[in-house]
Write a protein that binds this ligand. Structure first.
Ligand code: PHE
Length: 361
C-alpha cells in the first residue's frame, strides 16, 4: 500500500506539473481529489482494512491529500502569475509616447471676431441685444425713417417675403432684415434710456461677388442718453478701432454721408498702406472705409416713444466679415461660407484661443 501511495503521488505530481493552463490543472484536481478521484477511491478501501492498517494508511492518504492540494495551489499560483506576466507584456501602454496629431476643429473667423467684438464693447459697458432675422417692413425701414416709396428702400437689395395675413397690418409685410438697425427699433420700444447695446447677427441682401454675399453679418451699436453728442461717438469708435485692430494712434477720418436714420451721418475710414500687394492697417498713404454711423435721427426716437428733446444718441453699424477680412488678411468674402475645411484649417482659430486684448487702460 505504501508503495501504491508513493507511485500515485509521483503520478499525480507530474500530472499537476504538466498542467500548463488553469483548465488542465482543474482536470488534474478532479482526477486526484474529485468525488471519483484516485485518492478518494483509495480512501474508500480503508473500510476493509484492519484497524492498525487503517490507521497508518488513513494517515498516509490524508498526508497525500494535503500534499497534492498544496501542489495544486502552487501550480495554480504559478499559472496565474504566468498569465498576468503575459498580459502585462502584451498590453504595454507607453505613456511617454506623444499623441498623434489628430485632426482638430477650428473656430470660424466670424465666431472669433464676434467674441472679440463682445470683449471690447463689454469693456465699454455695452450689453448684447438680439432681434429676429425675419423682420417686417416697419421695423427694417419705416420706423428707421425711410419714407414710403423712397429709393433708399431699394438701396439695400431686399429679399421680400410673402405677406403674413395673421399679422397686424403695420407688421404684415415680411422681409429678411437688410441690416441689424431693425434691432435698434425693437430695443428702444422695449427699453427706456439710458441705452447702450450692441447687436450682432445675420443680415441679407440680394448681391453676390467678391465683396458681397446674400447673407453676411453685421454689428450694430446704439447709445441713447441725455447730452450725448458726436464727440462721444468719435471717442467710442476710436477706442474700438484701436483695440480691435491692435494699432495705437490709428489714423481715422469721419466723412459726411447719408443714412435715413441718422443725422448727421458719417462713414469712417481708417489709415492703411498698400505695399507689394499687401495691406497693413495703421498710418499709411491710403484709407479704408469700415463703418457707417451718425446721431440717431429725432424721427427714429419719436417712432420708438422716446422724447428727442430730452434724449439723444448715436448709432453705428459695420460688416463683421469685412473687419475680419481686414484684420486677418482674408481676401475673398465668399470663402467664409463655402465650408471648405482646408480654408478653416488655415484661417480658423484654435478652440482654446482667447479673444485679443481689450481696451487700453
Ligand atoms: N445700417 C447701416 C447699413 O447697413 C449702417 C449704419 C448703422 C449706419 C447705424 C448708421 C448707423 O449700411
Amino acid at each position: 500500500m505504501t508503495q501504491n501511495i508513493q507511485t500515485l503521488k509521483s503520478e499525480l505530481a507530474s500530472m499537476i506539473e504538466a498542467a500548463n493552463d488553469l483548465d488542465s490543472l482543474e482536470q488534474a484536481r478532479i482526477n486526484a481529489l474529485g468525488k471519483k478521484g484516485r485518492i478518494t477511491d483509495l480512501m474508500k478501501t480503508l473500510g476493509g482494512m484492519s484497524p492498525e492498517e487503517r490507521k497508518t494508511t488513513g494517515q498516509a492518504l490524508n498526508d497525500l491529500k494535503d500534499e497534492i492540494a498544496a501542489l495544486i495551489r502552487t501550480q495554480e499560483d504559478a499559472l496565474k502569475k504566468q498569465a498576468m506576466d503575459q498580459r502585462l507584456a502584451t498590453e504595454t501602454l507607453d505613456i511617454t509616447l506623444s499623441p498623434r496629431p489628430e485632426r482638430k476643429g477650428h473656430i470660424h473667423p466670424i465666431s472669433q471676431t464676434m467674441e472679440e467684438l463682445v470683449t471690447i464693447f463689454a469693456d465699454m459697458g455695452f450689453t448684447v441685444a438680439e432681434g429676429p432675422d425675419i423682420e417686417d417692413d416697419w421695423h427694417n425701414f419705416t420706423a428707421l425713417n425711410f419714407p414710403p416709396g423712397h429709393p433708399a428702400r431699394e438701396m439695400q437689395d431686399t429679399f421680400f417675403l410673402p405677406e403674413d395675413p395673421d399679422e397686424q397690418e403695420l407688421y404684415a409685410k415680411k422681409l429678411l432684415r437688410t441690416h441689424t438697425s431693425s434691432v435698434q427699433i425693437r430695443h428702444m420700444k422695449e427699453n427706456k434710456p439710458p441705452i447702450r447695446i450692441i447687436v450682432m447677427g445675420r443680415t441679407y441682401r440680394s448681391d453676390y461677388d467678391m465683396t458681397h454675399t446674400p447673407m453676411f453679418h453685421q454689428i450694430e451699436g446704439l447709445v441713447i442718453d441725455e447730452h450725448i453728442h458726436m464727440g462721444h461717438l468719435k471717442g467710442c469708435l476710436r477706442d474700438f478701432c484701436e483695440a480691435y485692430f491692435e494699432v495705437d494712434d490709428l489714423p481715422m477720418q469721419f466723412r459726411p454721408s447719408f443714412f435715413p436714420f441718422t443725422e448727421p451721418s458719417a462713414e469712417v475710414d481708417i489709415g492703411c498702406s498698400r505695399k507689394d500687394g499687401g495691406l497693413t492697417i495703421g498710418a499709411g498713404e491710403d484709407w479704408l472705409e469700415i463703418l457707417g454711423c451718425g446721431m440717431v435721427h429725432p424721427n427714429v426716437l419719436k417712432n420708438c416713444g422716446i422724447d428727442p428733446e430730452k434724449y439723444q444718441g448715436f448709432a453705428f453699424g459695420m460688416g463683421i466679415e469685412r473687419i475680419a477680412m481686414l484684420k486677418y488678411g482674408i481676401p475673398d468674402l465668399r470663402t467664409f461660407f463655402e465650408s471648405d475645411t482646408r480654408w478653416l484649417d488655415h484661417y480658423g482659430f484654435a478652440p482654446q484661443s482667447r479673444p485679443n486684448r481689450a481696451l487700453k487702460d
